[in-house]
Design a protein around this ligand. Structure first.
Ligand code: V47
Ligand code: SF4
Length: 717
């Protein structure tokens, strides 16, 4: 079916709603992304738009009470506000001083504002800043104004245009289908009215945008139906500038929805829109709702616009939006450049602000790379290896989609029991102070129940911050006394070296003692990256001869505004050379150096390349909280269940991850995590094991068979 749909698209035929639904439900994520990406490159070339704009939400006082809306308040309610026109002009002035070419204004339906108030607002703004494009008022606000003024929609639009309004934003569309609309915003204009209003605008020669609010209670069918109505109107009028999927922000709503959209769903939505909405030139990856991370990735999945600097956005913020309210020009340009695209500042009507940039908008037939890079990828695809210099160049130069194409063709994806696993873990921070360590052990008494109940299987002794000598043998013994079924992992290699030295022991001797006390795995920490590689591998070999499994690390790091692929290439080369002699290695962790600025698209490319470079007997672990995120943090709950990196979990298996590694049950909600894992499932490919999923101290063959016969394995299909 994927091939049929792709063929339709390649031959210039449009896909139908059934095809769109199939793509949503079944298309492999990367194949879908490649198709959408190809279409976008043909329509828009390598240019990705952004604009310098400011949002001004004139009031949050609203006569309606849409169930999804966290933003609206009633008159007199705490937190309600209504700006005077002067205040708005001051805000606009700040933006204009920073180069804004657009003001975006939407807000609540203020019961005490009459139509003239809106006309005055636009007239005053236009007078103060005649060169700035005023994009204001949703179909919902226009309907409100028309009813208040007893005017028709065309009259309202004409008056606003005469006052200086430039175009209409796409809000208020939500989900058109009455099955959903009646549940989430029954007092708002209907879907048909929304469409009629935009038809009127287009007929009057004005342009508008359109949106879709997704990720709440609607189904894929409702989304496709929504897009169908937009495509039909666009066929009629060609008046839409852009389609903007709005990812639902889940806090303070009356619909019982309390989780962010899955990253894989966001990417799917952008891609399906790009493929289905063939009569739209632009698809917006709205960073405010998607978060910077997914917004950046979406540029590879069919989107060609990031929206703008925004400056003050209150609607998503009220509902738990965590992407921040403002981006600078250089932030936006950096996100675009590091996805291999060319940033182009645009006007509201999608013209380049600098005429010279138009050349970047010329169609490109597909992602490309030089012949030798293609040859290198082919070598990896067929199981070959590359010299370090070539490895480094491939990582640096190959576009993400060429890498995933090679990965798909290699047959390495989903080769390990077709699972994405997680080892549920209790983490204990080790320190050199014996009293604190003893306290930790005491704490374990309560935590040990989790292990006895099978809710966790691993005890992770985190010694990565330990700098002095700390003999872990008594601690491990106490741990096992409290939780006899626990598998003990030691995180951090340096402590082994330091402690052995202080005790006058050889590392082999100390490791043998640790093994005798019950240690089964030694895991490299990012703090160990500074160790000399020979010394590190010497410790690993000693551990292995003591029958302790080892988990090395592959690290990537960002430097300034780019990514340094050399540490990654070195780690891969090193690991490959070790693998020749060492058949007992079973997994590696893929980690970003803590201080690094690494883009999500770069992390996923590193993951896909790592999978391509290493034999499938070696699992690649992507620890959830080690996935790089760009967005600033906000406190949304005590644990990390809403951490932005969770958004990417649903994408990881498509890029070659085998496991989320050691997941600390006190840091992340397992239920949430399982939802994310399920959300990545295309067909019966993914499973999330709750307990004993990886028996760390067995050899690979045993372990793989364990993977396939895990008790309580939850199959996802
Ligand atoms: O209509 C409300 C949505 C819209 C939430 O045209 C929410 O360029 C997510 O339409 N989670 C207003 N979305 C914003 C809008 C928009 C934004 C950016 C650019 C453009 C454009 C238009 O925000 C509303 C509603 O669909 N919304 N609450 C929420 N919790
Ligand atoms: Fe009012 Fe708009 Fe919120 Fe609905 S979504 S309650 S119309 S501000």
């Amino acid at each position: 079916m994927m091939r049929e749909i792709a063929l339709k698209v390649e031959q210039g035929n449009r896909i139908n709603e059934k095809d769109a639904l199939w793509l949503y439900q079944h298309a492999p994520l990367n194949e879908l992304g490649r198709l959408a990406n190809r279409i976008n490159l043909r329509k828009n070339g390598k240019a990705v738009f952004y604009n310098i704009n400011r949002h001004i939400n004139p009031t949050n006082i609203c006569a309606l009470s849409c169930k999804f809306c966290a933003y609206s308040k009633k008159i007199g309610e705490e937190g309600s506000y209504a700006y005077e026109i002067d205040e708005m002009i001051t805000k606009a002035g700040e933006a204009v001083a920073q180069g804004a070419t657009e003001l975006h204004m939407v807000g609540g339906l203020h019961p005490r504002w009459n139509f003239q108030r809106y006309v005055d607002m636009i007239a005053a703004m236009h007078k103060a800043y005649p060169d700035v494009h005023l994009k204001a008022f949703t179909a919902v606000e226009l309907d409100w104004m028309a009813r208040k003024a007893r005017k028709t929609i065309p009259e309202v639009m004409t008056d606003l245009r005469s006052a200086g309004l430039g175009s209409f934003p796409g809000g208020g569309a939500e989900i058109f289908h009455p099955e959903i609309r009646d549940q989430i915003c029954d007092t708002k204009v209907s879907g048909d009215q929304w469409i009629d209003t935009h038809r009127t605008a287009h007929t009057l020669g004005m342009r508008s945008n359109c949106t879709m609010l997704y990720g709440h209670i609607e189904s894929y069918e409702h989304r496709v139906d929504h897009m169908r109505r937009l495509r039909e109107l666009q066929d009629e009028t060609s008046g839409f500038n852009v389609f903007i999927p709005l990812a639902f922000q889940p806090f303070q709503n009356e619909m019982g929805v309390n989780r962010y959209t899955f990253g894989a769903d966001d990417l799917r939505t952008i891609a399906v829109a790009r493929i289905y909405l063939d009569n739209f030139r632009h698809i917006k990856s709205y960073w405010v709702m998607l978060g910077q991370d997914v917004a950046q990735l979406a540029l590879q999945f069919g989107a060609n616009d990031l929206d703008g600097t925004v400056l003050e956005e209150k609607i998503s913020r009220a509902a738990g939006g965590r992407a921040g309210m403002v981006m600078t020009r250089s932030n936006l340009e950096n996100l675009i450049r590091r996805s291999g695209r060319i940033p182009v500042e645009r006007t509201t009507l999608y013209q380049p602000v600098h005429e010279n940039d138009r050349r970047h908008m010329t169609a490109v037939s597909n992602e490309s790379a030089s012949d030798d890079i293609i040859e290198c990828l082919q070598a990896l695809e067929t199981g070959g290896t590359l010299a370090p210099s070539n490895l480094w160049r491939v990582a640096q130069e190959a576009p993400l989609h060429l890498v995933t194409k090679a990965l798909d063709a290699s047959g390495k994806l989903f080769s390990q029991g077709q699972s994405l696993t997680a080892c549920l873990t209790i983490k204990m921070d080790m320190t050199t102070t014996p009293e604190t360590a003893a306290n930790q052990v005491r704490k374990l008494d309560s935590e040990s129940k989790k292990i006895q109940n099978g809710d966790a299987s691993v005890l992770n002794l985190d010694a990565s911050a330990v700098t002095g000598a700390l003999d872990l043998t008594p601690i491990i013994e106490s741990c096992l006394a409290a939780a006899p079924r626990a598998q003990i992992v030691l995180h951090g290699i340096k402590s082994v070296v330091v402690t052995a030295e202080a005790a006058g022991l050889k590392p082999t001797e100390y490791l043998a003692r640790l093994r005798a006390s019950g240690l089964n795995t030694l895991e490299e920490s990012s703090a160990d990256c500074s160790m000399d590689s020979e010394q590190k591998w010497m410790v690993f070999h000693c551990a292995q001869s003591a029958d302790i499994a080892v988990l090395p690390l592959i690290s990537i790091r960002g430097i300034g505004s780019s990514l340094d692929w050399s540490t990654w290439a070195d780690d891969i080369t090193e690991l490959r050379s070790r693998l020749v002699q060492d058949k007992t290695l079973f997994a590696v962790n893929l980690l970003v150096k803590a201080d690094a600025l690494v883009m999500p698209s770069e992390y996923l490319k590193a993951l896909a390349l790592t999978r391509l470079c290493l034999p499938t007997s070696l699992q690649i672990w992507t620890p959830v909280l080690g996935i790089p995120v760009l967005a600033p943090q906000r406190g949304l709950g005590a644990d990390n269940s809403h951490h932005p990196s969770m958004k990417l979990v649903s994408t990881l298996s498509s890029f070659g991850s085998s496991s989320l590694g050691l997941v600390s049950t006190s840091e992340l909600s397992v239920e949430r995590l399982m939802e994310d894992v399920r959300a990545s499932g295309v067909g019966p490919r993914l499973t999330c094991a709750r307990q004993n999923e990886i028996n760390l101290d067995t050899n690979i063959a045993d372990k793989l068979s364990t993977l396939r016969h895990v008790p309580n394995l939850i199959a996802v299909s």
